[in-house]
Structure formats: C-alpha cells, structure tokens
Write a protein that binds this ligand. Sequence first.
Ligand code: GLN
Length: 454
Amino acid sequence: ITVTDLVDTSYKRIAEVDGQVGAFLTLNEDKARTYAKELDEAVGTRDQFGLLFGMPIGIKDNIVTKNLRTTCASKILDNFDPIYDATVVTRLKEAETVTIGKLNMDEFAMGSSTENSSYKATKNPWNLETVPGGSSGGSAAAVAAGEVPFSLGSDTGGSIRQPAAFCGVVGLKPTYGRVSRFGLVAFASSLDQIGPLTRNVEDNAYLLQSISGHDEMDSTSANVEVPDFLSSLTGDVKGLKIAVPKEYLGEGVSEEVKQSVLDALKVLEGMGATWEEVSLPHSKYALATYYLLSSSEASANLSRFDGVRYGHRTDNAKNLIDLYKQTRSEGFGDEVKRRIMLGTFALSSGYYDAYYIKAQKVRTLIKQDFEQVFEKFDVIIGPTTPTPAFRIGENTKDPLTMYANDILTIPMNLAGVPAISVPCGLSNGLPLGLQIIGKHFDESTIYRVAHAFE
Ligand code: GLN
C-alpha cells in the first residue's frame, strides 16, 4: 500500500464519521495529499526512511503548526495561523508522518470532557451520548473512531490518560522534561507534557521515540538520553514489583473499576510479577494543590492574550485598558475565566503565602510519596479514572464534580513522573483504563508492563 492509500483511508473515514464524532477542528487535506504523493515518489529513490514514514497523524489544537490554524478551541485564537512549528511537529516531519488535521479539545486544555471547546463538543465513539473525556478528547476519539492511527495530546492533570481510558485507546504522559514543550500553548508550564495516543502499546512507543529528546528551545527539557523504547517490548514481567496504592481503590472509585484493576493484577501475577498494597498518604491533597497551582500558572500564561499580539481583537474599545478587557471578555469562555480569576486570587498579595506557597509545599510532599514507593517497587498500578465515561451534560453544571474526575491522574503531573493508560475491560459497554506509573524517565518499564498486559 502507498502513503496516498493511507491518507485516503483517513479522510474517507473522517467523511463517514466525523460529522457525528466531531474530533477534528481543522483538516489539512490539500497539503497532506501533496505530501503523501511526495513520499510515495521518494520510495525507490532512497534507502533511508523516517521512523513513522507515511503514517497519518492528528495533532491537538494547542500544539502550534506552521501555516495551519491553531485555536486551542478558543474564540480568542480564532483564525490564528502560527508562523512556526512546535518542536514535536518538527520531529514528526523528520519521522515523515502526514498531518491529517488539528483536533478538538477543552478550551486551553481546561476540562475533562471536551465540552469546554468554543466550537463543538466531541462525542465518545463507543457511545455518542457520552463524553470522550478531556481535554484531549479529540485526540482520543479520532484514534478510537479509526480516523487516524496516531495522535498527539497534552496532559497537565490527566488530559491524555483520562480520554484514552474513556475511548479505549493507549495514552501516555511522558516524564516532565522528556518531550519539548516548545510550541505547546502553555496552560500550567510546570505540569504540561505532550504525549502520544494510539491504538496499541507498540505504536505508542514508536510515536514517543519520534518526539522525545532534549531541545534547546525549551529550558525545562531534560538533557537525558532517550532509550530505545521498542526494545523494552519483550513481554517479560517476571520478578517485577508492583505497588498498588490503597488510596486509588478507595472511596468514589466504582466497584467495576476496582474489579478491573484486580483482574489486571491477576494477569500480571500469572506472568511472574508480584504486587503489594502501599500508601501515598498525601494523595488526598492532590486535587486542591493542582487547582491552585495550575490556575495560578494559567492566570500568568494567559495574560499574553491581550488583543494586541494574537487572534481576536474587540471592535468596541475606547482606550487601551478597555481593549484588553473587552477582548478577553469576548474571547475567553467561562471555564477559562474561572481559572484566571482563581489563579489571580491565589497569587495576589496577602493570599500568596496561604495558597500558592502552601500548595507548592504540599506538591513536594506528594512528590516524596512517590519517591518512597519507588525505592522498593518498579511500577505503581491503579485505575485511570474512578468511573467510565459519563453522559454529555451530566457534569457541566458542577465544576467540582468535573474536577474530581482527575483525582487519579493529577498526582503524577505534580510529581513529574510518567504514566500510561491502557484499556482493561468494559463497564456497561464503555471502556475502562488501567494506569501504570513509572519512575522518572523510566517510560521503558511502563511500556514493558503495558505491552505484556495488553
Ligand atoms: N481536567 C484537568 C483540568 O481541567 C486536566 C486538564 C489537562 O490535563 N490539560 O485542568
């Protein structure tokens, strides 16, 4: 088969199902077809090919793509055409993937259901009345619906893993610093990571391999060696030590979800791994800590959208201050405004020590919880989400219930450790995700376990 065949298949499938699923915001069809032809012509004329030669890929709309509209699903960036590529996009070009289009998300990656997009809600391909999760809902739904075999998402508090779990695909949040954030529109810079969503673990390892590595353009990118992730897919987990935090199987986690994790542990035991219950005692503070820190960082990061430099500008301004105010009132959605207000409050003098500084201290305690467990264990295993996908509209009126959805994914962002979600069964016909968490920069062990389990 040719690259043109692959690209045809993608666009044909999008034409068939995306009217219902709503995963894509922008298609890149003309350029993708031209590039596919180029790649097809290259076959036979050279003997070196990119790692993902000719593979169709979708990209979350908060990752900038040169001359291809990038909106973050926000009205404030409507018609924003970036003048450069994110580093991950440059690396995908080196791997010779074909960009099919840009994927829907919660506005500025704030949300857990993709209902906060200013353009449309994406639906879960397994059941169109339920959400695909968020904020990378488009990235997970596009892979689950067979529109693209590969996509990129971003994960600040669970936004790759939770939608991967809800849509029955594989999604990995790499170690903080493993993948360059240059060109990822910042939500909370100390937590954000770009990562791969795919149909299986092997594809996931290929995609991470293609985008990983040090980047001078991102000062938080780690200068550590990138291992050969594919060589860790051995199927061997004999002697592996698994920790299972009791906090991740406690209150609020549905019986079916708990059972699916216990079943998965049995499978791994059958392959020679052992597991023990452990405690991550500061887990109960993770949600509050995350919302204070992520909103504080967001309030600073989003100050750049002022109507002068990017995207939307109001038509009705009387003076400069008014221009900022009106542009931002018109351009940002409700959830984004809520976070900016929360963050501005937490950072304001008089409250800074009580909220922001205190949250930073608790973050350290959460990180130490993980370090202690990883002194004795190779991986930590638990569910990705407390329940399967919920119904569209079910949680939109109550932000706190919506926030609680991330309770099992947020601690890893605070600690900076890598974690994957792999499908591990169904509940009422909807997929469940198993979360495998690793030591800093040890995605290899995560992949080894995920691949053996899959
Ligand atoms: N749902 C979480 C939030 O709304 C996480 C989002 C994310 O990981 N980008 O902040």
